[in-house]
Write a protein that binds this ligand. Structure first.
Ligand code: MG
Ligand code: MG
Length: 632
């Protein structure tokens, strides 16, 4: 099987695109005609550049409005095709991709189309070229791959083959079974594209919302299974039209493309036992058993303030690093690391981003296998010098240049606290008032640029055994925030990804303050939100004030036992209910650097209080304008 990517997926000039494609270890590239036309140089020059980069131009595309034209338009279409054949010869590409006619001038009739293709195949073959036919989901007469295949079958010419494009097939919900009956050598090209499920016309959906396999919601696996039944082992290419991709970095989008193909083909192999030539066998997705710790990069002054705040939240200093200015803070199963060392990764992270979360450590079954899957998937491994006797925790680069560490229990990694940390002096850092009832990490929320959202979604879903929810839109006073959750089936690991195109949302302002993407809030679980609120209040922890109107509205939305609503109101607790499940949330003030903590209690509730997000965002937005209104 040969894999490729179309230049139309990426931003930049043709040369930048080709370099990004080669750097992402692709061997094949589909040349989009517009990229060639806008190139300042002869097609032969492009051909040489492609070769120099170790690539092959696998198709030239798209050729539009060809089949079924009445004369004199028919003759013109053939003349246009001959001109493209000239270009292809110069470019060093032997396959022209033709999509079904959308012109109102075109005439229907399967035999007419087949006759046109037979003649075009004959002309192509004379030059040693081939043509392949794709049914656009919005084609005028041909919009179904089964009809395109019938055209190819009746054209009955060795230089005429079929293109199967997963988007066009799956968007229309066409039955996949007929794919299984197509002889594999007649399929010249397979294009794979995923997409979110949206209710819109096929053309707009295809031109703006396609995404890489695994980033959307289409049944790519079922499509690949049907293709596999034919014995197909030819060309599989990514053809993605997506506004975010074209606004993003060509380099990273090309890597995402490669990553998505590796995962898609590995999954196919797992389902079918099929050997895939030239593709690495990936270690399985890592089973994440939760967050081991979250590390903050702070300077000394900020660390002192932050540690005081952690103490007020009921955390206890549980360890002091043996060789660095790093402390461990603990409550229940929650571990926070405060790093204000003036050397190393956290220090440089702090210089770039200010006070921020610089790393998140995940508990996995096998840290080495997780790292090796990450490396196979082109994630960036990270290493820094550790002192003799200290532990080297495997890590890759995550969002915003932060780190994702992997720890397991099968090696010394399970003892990293003992190995790297000493107990603190007994008088130091303990909280005499006791803890605040926080028991575990509930979820972590990361804010990012809109263009990065699909990248990080794929990062997590390709590496970890997690599921994703559909994108939700949350109303911020400054605009819309897109929010998507990745989580393990048992809820041990839950991550909320947020992005906004408006610069005025809290999510976007956080990016500006942090000078990049990162963790915006961390939610801790408590088993008794009222007891926690009481203890926090006793210690003077400032909580986000929620307006009266919110509670008036709650009163009409739900039935409460007497006094229950007053308790919520008194403690600024947000509330949601789904079926028999209940959810309680409260928020701390925002710390230096823009991040904050949330405290939640779940009673058989699986969501994240989406109904309350707008209320919380408005309360936080009010604080930005009037910091004195904090808490009550
Ligand atoms: Mg296509
Ligand atoms: Mg939250």
């Amino acid at each position: 099987m040969q894999t490729a990517i179309a230049t139309v997926c990426l931003s930049g000039t043709l040369n930048e695109k080709l370099e990004a494609i080669a750097a992402a270890r692709f061997k094949g590239v589909e040349i989009f005609e517009n990229d060639l036309l806008s190139f300042d140089g002869a097609p032969a020059q492009v051909g040489r550049r492609i070769k120099d980069l170790g690539l092959a131009a696998v198709t030239f595309q798209p050729f539009r409005d060809f089949e079924g034209m009445p004369e004199p338009l028919r003759a013109k279409a053939f003349a246009r095709a001959e001109r493209k054949f000239d270009l292809m010869a110069e470019l060093g590409c032997d396959l022209l991709m033709i999509c079904s006619n959308v012109s109102p001038d075109s005439l229907g009739g399967i035999d007419r189309a087949a006759a046109d293709f037979r003649e075009l195949g004959e002309r192509a073959a004379r030059r040693g070229l081939r043509v392949a036919f794709e049914a656009l989901a919005w084609g005028r007469h041909i919009s179904d791959y089964r009809d395109a295949w019938e055209v190819v079958r009746r054209a009955d010419h060795p230089a005429v083959g079929l293109v199967l494009d997963s988007f066009h097939v799956l968007a229309r919900g066409t039955d996949l079974n007929a794919i299984r009956a197509i002889p594999k050598e007649r399929i010249f090209l397979v294009q794979v594209a995923d997409a979110p499920k949206l209710n819109m016309d096929y053309l707009s959906w295809s031109r703006h919302y396609r995404c890489f396999p695994g980033q959307g919601e289409l049944a790519i696996g079922a499509f690949m299974d049907a293709l596999h039944a034919t014995g197909f082992d030819g060309l599989i290419s990514l053809e993605i039209f997506n506004d975010s991709f074209r606004a993003g970095s060509a380099h990273y989008v090309a890597i995402d493309g490669q990553r998505s193909l590796l995962v898609m083909l590995d999954e196919l192999r797992q389902r079918t036992g099929m050997p895939v030539k030239g593709l690495p066998r990936l270690p399985p997705r890592a089973h994440c058993r939760g967050i081991d710790f979250i590390e903050f990069a702070l300077d000394e002054a900020a660390a002192a303030t932050f540690e005081t705040a952690l103490g007020a939240l009921g955390f206890v200093k549980a360890g002091v690093h043996k060789s660095k200015a790093v402390t461990r803070w603990r409550q229940g199963d929650i571990n926070l690391v405060v790093n204000c060392d003036n050397e190393g990764f956290a220090h440089s992270f702090n210089i770039t981003h200010g006070s921020a979360v610089c790393a998140m450590a995940l508990k996995v079954d096998d840290a080495a296998a997780t790292l090796s899957r990450a490396v196979e998937l082109l994630d960036l491994p990270f290493r820094q010098v550790v002192r003799t006797g200290e532990i080297d925790i495997p890590a890759v680069r995550g969002l915003g240049g932060s780190l994702v560490y992997f720890v397991d229990d099968k090696t010394d990694l399970g003892r990293h606290w003992e190995i790297d940390f000493d107990a603190p002096p007994s008088s130091d850092g303990g909280c005499e008032a006791g803890d605040a009832g926080l028991i575990a990490f509930d979820h972590v929320s990361q804010s990012m640029q809109h263009e990065e959202m699909l990248t990080w979604l794929l990062f997590y879903t390709s590496l970890l055994a997690v599921q994703k929810t559909p994108v939700q839109d949350v109303l911020d006073p400054g605009g819309i925030v897109h929010s998507q959750v990745v989580e393990t089936a048992d809820g041990a690991f839950r991550l909320v990804l947020n992005a906004s195109q408006s610069r005025q949302t809290l999510s976007s302002r956080f990016l500006t303050e942090l000078f990049g993407s990162g963790v915006q809030h961390i939610a801790f679980a408590t088993s008794d939100v009222f007891a926690t609120a009481k203890r926090l209040r006793a210690r003077g922890v400032e909580l986000l004030a929620i307006p009266e109107n919110y509670y008036d509205d709650l009163e009409v939305r739900f039935d409460f036992p007497p006094g229950a609503l007053d308790r919520l109101r008194a403690d600024n607790i947000l509330y949601d209910r789904q079926g028999a499940g209940e959810y309680f949330q409260l928020y701390t003030k925002t710390f230096d650097g823009g991040f904050f903590f949330e405290i939640v209690e779940r009673r058989a509730y699986a969501g994240f209080g989406a109904a309350n997000a707008a209320i919380r965002l408005a309360a936080q937005a009010r604080l930005v304008r009037d910091p004195a209104s904090l808490g009550r």
